[in-house]
Design a protein around this ligand. Sequence first.
Ligand SMILES: Nc1ncnc2c1ncn2[C@@H]1O[C@H](COP(=O)(O)OP(=O)(O)O)[C@@H](O)[C@H]1O
Ligand SMILES: Cc1ncc(COP(=O)(O)O)c(N)n1
Ligand SMILES: [Mg+2]
Length: 738
Amino acid sequence: MSARRALDLSLTLVTDAAQCGARGVASVVADAVAGGVRTVQLRDKAASDTEVLRQLEALADAIDGRATLLVNDRLEVVAAARRAGLPVDGVHLGQGDVPVLRARDVLGADAIVGLTANTAAHLEVVERMPRGTVDYLGVGVIRPTATKPDHPPALGIEGFARIAAANPLPCVAIGGVRAEDVADLRAAGAAGVAVVSAVCAAADPRAAAQEFARAWTNRERRPAASGAVRPPQATVPRVLSIAGSDPSGGAGIQADLKAIAATGGYGMAVITALTAQNTRGVRAVHVPPATFLAEQLDAIADDIAVDAVKIGMLANTEVIRTVGDWLARTRPPVVVLDPVMVATSGDRLLDADAEAALRDLLPHADLVTPNLAELAVLAGADAPAGTWSEAIAQAEALSATTGVRVLAKGGHLGGADAPDALVDAASARLVEYPGERIATTATHGTGCSLSSAIATRRAATGDWETAVAEARRWLRESLRHGETLRVGGGHGPVHHFAGLWERGGLATAPTPAEVEADWWDGIADVRRGIDELPFIRGLADGTLEREPFRFYLAQDALYLRDYARVLAVAAALAPDATAQAFWARSAEGAIAGELELHRSWLGRTTAPPDPAPATTAYLDHLAAAGARVDYPVLIAALLPCFQLYADLGARLAAGEFGPAALDPAHPYASWLATYADPGFAVANRQAIDLVSATAAHATPEVRERMRRAHRRSSEHELAFFAAPLTTSAIAPGEEVPA
Ligand SMILES: Nc1ncnc2c1ncn2[C@@H]1O[C@H](COP(=O)(O)OP(=O)(O)O)[C@@H](O)[C@H]1O
Ligand SMILES: Cc1ncc(COP(=O)(O)O)c(N)n1
Ligand SMILES: [Mg+2]
């Protein structure tokens, strides 16, 4: 055994030699496994090690690979049996047995280690163990039982639900479980139930096991037990599509995988048949051998826990039988059957003589989603419903005779509406989902996509009615955008990712750090240009004349006053208090900076000069960004004034432009210090974080406009730094103090 088998805890049999009696444990186990037991735990406190080993040999033969084999306690025997090559999968330990950490150590990572836990204190201990120490918990007892006379107080279903909800491990309910408790326990979050006397002492162990197995599978058909809510699944649902291939990508397996991904699931696909089709029709169908279909299905089941199955095109009777057998063996928790018979184009996708076999498959499904034509066939009606109320009547009849939920679909109704209805005869519920017909030719694969989305949302939310509502909302959005894909000349596909892409949820959307790096790289030429400016070089080594420096400062003062106004606009448009406060603080800081320039360098009495062309151009660009009331683009435009100054200040202070900038006698030393100020570095970081996070969460189109605004402001910075030595008319003024 290279990899361990998939652990199916749905029905566990714990053996009791006394109750098995003269029939022998192995014979009872063989019957129980045939009846649906998926895990067998050999429990024999009295037997010697040698006897346990012998029993394990007999049980391995009886089980013949159809169930997991565990042993209660007896770690050393389990280790010996595994060393001897017996198919013993692991051990179940009670609180008084050897520690689970030791069992994991002795048996290795691929063995199964289960633990009995029935109090909060037990859970706390488990929580502190390394992940992967314990595979499942046995939680009980549920009802008082004679099998274990020294059992702790009975938990009842509610007590079990509390423990199951309080920890992430699969929990098996054990102790006095009756068949009528199974549905409620499953709804309470049980990964399975364990039985002892109900099967070991039964006159017909196989029938007894079958009763429990059916109760486990059929729990959905019962009204939900009050208060017993299965906690929503925390992980991504693993959804398997069993369907045909549509190479044009709009229907079949291809549509299913897109629909599963778009609605939040992990998609898997077992292919029943290949079609040669496009948006105009089906040209040919090729059905690979059913044995290979079975190989694909078993490959999935042997390794992966499947949270939901969607079934589409089944092609012929043999394929239907193969899938039916597999469902009977694996009993996935959610099965949605889209009874594909005829494609939108009118071509047959199911042999005419296979319709009866398809009807036999219905009991394996939790929900069937026929279109009007398929509904008529399954309901045995003479003709497809011509009105919506006729369709609902056929769906009610189908649900009543089969016990399966039916989603009647109105896609092929004439008229202005495209409603659907969820009908469940067992609970006498009818939920209608009204909806206007969307005017589009992109309807290829709507049924495939809808059923996959329902399976995914049912696994994610635990509720059928919510699942249908969510799947429909998503499908309708995808239908509305289908034609934009421009695929084919017939009935084109829906746009499965329209909503996701619209909301910027593309997998290719960058992180804030990536946006920052991207934009910074994107202005490398501008930054190099600034570094090479004679103005910057002269500023760094102190050789810059006073006049251009004074020109620069006067322009900077002009700039800061208007920059402060645009920062205030950003504060006014900010979507949250943090951003609002940051931009408002920055506006105040810019005005303080302007006043400080006048106080220490320009003098109060100096009349402000005219703005230079570079200053006007930069301010116009910012004012335009502010006037558009487009917050993301505005803050992207504001950023370079922080970013380029902070960068320059830090590099000047680090001596990157030569040691002169570090000399306290440098003529502009105190000016240089303001840009290397740590407070300014902090503000710069906050500005970068705010802008990059906004960009990362924006749609690609908004992000691109932000990037362009950022780049444009950077170019204005370069021109602004260049202006003092290139603008001819330098206003005469007072001496600049050193
Ligand atoms: N033009 C349309 N506008 C809105 N919803 C539609 C439209 N066509 C189909 N649907 C919806 O698509 C889903 C698939 O339905 P339908 O077309 O009846 O099944 P199928 O694709 O299996 O033939 C249903 O939810 C149906 O309401
Ligand atoms: C392989 C394959 N499976 C199913 C359909 C039905 O498509 P629709 O969802 O339009 O009913 C199809 N055209 N091709
Ligand atoms: Mg269909």
